[in-house]
Write a protein that binds this ligand. Sequence first.
Ligand code: NAD
Length: 244
Amino acid sequence: MRQLQAARRLIDSASRPVSFSGAGLSAESGIATFRGHDDDALWNQYDPTQLASQQGFSENPELVIEWYKARRRTLHAASPNAAHKTLSQQNNWIHITQNVDNLLESAGADPNDVLHLHGSLLRDHCNANCGFTEIISLADPPDLRQCPKCHAALRPSVIWFGEPLDDEVFNLAVSHVMACDLLLVIGTSAQVYPAAGLIELADQHDASVVLINTESVKLDSERYAFVQGKASEVVPLLFNSEPS
Ligand code: NAD
């Protein structure tokens, strides 16, 4: 309770707030996390190097695309939860997310205020990087198919293991974090770099850091406040609204 109140005070007094989210933000929307302890956490069921890497795609492209079809259908059936809704209603916030589900935008966030560090399930692009890109249907996700421009394979526009982030998006995220006075970190295991480095960056630039996670988190700095709980319950409480 003391941590919740401390976190609320930090949020109330922030003038340049930024949220930084991971898969835990969308867990209660029915989208599996990657490294959680729940049985349906994705990496507990599948080998990431097979399903989310260039090597896996070249070895078995059909398997990779089938896995993404299943993820896309799951996302089609999902709705934003109370945490997405609360965040999307805040004025003057920038949202940096590792999630590829666009649920912040589905909840009403201005797409210009959301930075996708790891891409989006809603788009495909040419695996040979010829420049072709296309919005796909989540209701009827595409099979493995060829790029209409250069005939290489098309693939989901998400960052796979071993691939660099989009420089422009990451540099913009870095500049927002360096300028922010509060970083609200929601549902990330903070194990995937360089994204996870944004938390240390905020601290180095004297921003307050509030962490929300269902599992206890080791605090690296006294300035961090940690609220343990589910994102859909904690986030509305932090902003004085009822969970819905
Ligand atoms: P992660 O799976 O590594 O960690 C999830 C974290 O959320 C864990 O620390 C877990 O304890 C916490 N958590 C679980 N349920 C929660 C809840 N209801 N409320 C609050 N916290 C909760 O996820 P990550 O850190 O985002 O890992 C990074 C990678 O996972 C990213 O590359 C991202 O692209 C990818 N990913 C995205 C989605 C999505 O788009 N929704 C889903 C799975 C993985």
